[in-house]
Design a protein around this ligand. Structure first.
Ligand code: ATP
Length: 356
């Protein structure tokens, strides 16, 4: 899997240009405000129908453009090419795959699993649990095919039970519990299996990058102790009726990274936090690659920020050593090591061009 051809229209400051990316490493350089982040954002929009920088899609539309935006790409999956297009037109996201409309991006999300590493990377440690749950869900979604159905089933049962709790209907709330518990246990089981497979690769990189600080993690599944979820829901129901929503289940899970046994967000420097997060994200990338599904894309924006040159070099070696398709931006071309096989693009005033 690789994003080989790419084109945008009406996306931030980018001029409508078509380019051919390398299936391996792509380096994008240019001055401040040239459009480097916008280009990565456009790739991300193609993959996920949303930005990594804003939750408001209309902000991505080029100033003064009334007809919205489109991002199009050709994705090579084992030699067969899929045409994917994602746009914002008539106040909604539109997705087209191989010439046909696709109802939801989730139908096409398997094509381009994308990971972002940017100056905000350490927010995976410092923000609240939702970012870590979505980190986990993303990985599990791409390696366990049943996960999507279990997660949807769980969300649906959760909505129904919460609606019953809000109106104080204990019988209806209880009636949703078997479904909620079975889908919730499946979601949790998939997350735990997935996490176990990340540990080796995470530990290896963390040991090399964090100067021997012992790292680990604590996964909380969202309900306590040895209880099954059905039991936790039944015993918690009275309290939940007072609160008006479900307090137990995988929607309350969390994954905390630990350094020397305490929260990594307290113990590590900002640069170390970033390195720990990169190690975790690359462990996910390794896992997807070993699962043999779609090959992930890794978007790396402004890596030089906060990393000294020795750590930058280690991270880049690790990145380039994975079999993922990689896009790295940098203000200075020379801040990145020169790789003979990398394809280099220069961005200026929103025009991006391949360098000879
Ligand atoms: N909707 C939009 N329409 C037009 N231009 C926009 C829009 N949104 C942002 N821009 C502009 O696009 C330019 C490129 O921003 P971008 O973040 O891609 O730059 P960059 O090359 O990553 O810069 P830096 O190195 O400073 O991070 C900025 O001048 C920004 O103001």
């Amino acid at each position: 899997m690789a994003l080989i051809r790419f084109e945008v229209q009406g996306f931030r400051n980018l001029e409508p240009t078509a380019v051919e990316f390398s299936p391996g490493v792509n380096v994008i350089h240019g001055a401040n405000a040239a459009g480097k982040t916008s280009l990565l954002e456009a790739i991300h929009f193609l993959a996920r129908a949303r930005s990594f920088a804003t939750t408001r899609v209309p902000r991505l539309v080029q100033r003064g453009r009334a007809d919205g935006l489109w991002v199009r790409g050709e994705v090579d999956v084992a030699g067969s090419v899929h045409r994917l297009g994602v746009g914002w037109r008539e106040h909604r996201v539109q997705v087209r795959l191989n010439g046909g409309d696709v109802g939801a991006l989730s139908e096409a999300a398997w094509l381009l699993p994308v990971q972002v590493i940017n100056t905000e990377a350490q927010r995976l440690l410092t923000d609240g649990p939702p970012v870590r749950r979505s980190f986990l869900n993303w990985g599990v979604f791409h390696v366990e095919h049943r996960f999507r159905d279990d997660w949807r089933r769980y969300q649906r049962a959760l909505r129904q039970r919460n609606a019953a709790l809000r109106v104080g209907d204990a019988r209806l709330a209880a009636a949703w519990e078997p479904e909620l518990a079975s889908a919730g246990e499946a979601v949790d089981g998939a997350r735990q299996r997935f996490l176990e497979t990340l540990n080796g690769s995470f530990q290896e990189r963390a040991a090399a990058w964090l100067g021997g600080v012992p790292m680990g993690w604590r996964y909380r599944r969202g309900w306590s102790g040895e209880q099954g979820l059905a039991e936790a829901l039944a015993t918690g129901r009275e309290r939940e009726l007072q609160q008006g929503y479900t307090l137990y289940g995988p929607h309350r899970a969390d994954l905390r990274l630990l350094a020397e046994g305490v929260d990594a967000a307290w113990r590590l420097s900002r640069g170390q936090q970033k390195l720990a997060v990169i190690a975790l994200r690359l462990a996910e990338v390794d896992r997807l690659l070993s699962a043999g599904g779609a090959r992930p894309l890794v978007l790396v924006d402004d890596l030089p920020a906060e990393l000294d040159s020795a750590h930058r070099r280690r991270v880049l070696d690790a990145l380039f050593g994975t079999q993922a398709q990689v896009f790295v931006t940098s203000i200075e071309r020379d801040a990145l090591p020169s790789l003979p096989e990398a394809r280099v693009f220069h961005v200026e005033h929103g025009i991006y061009r391949r360098e000879a």
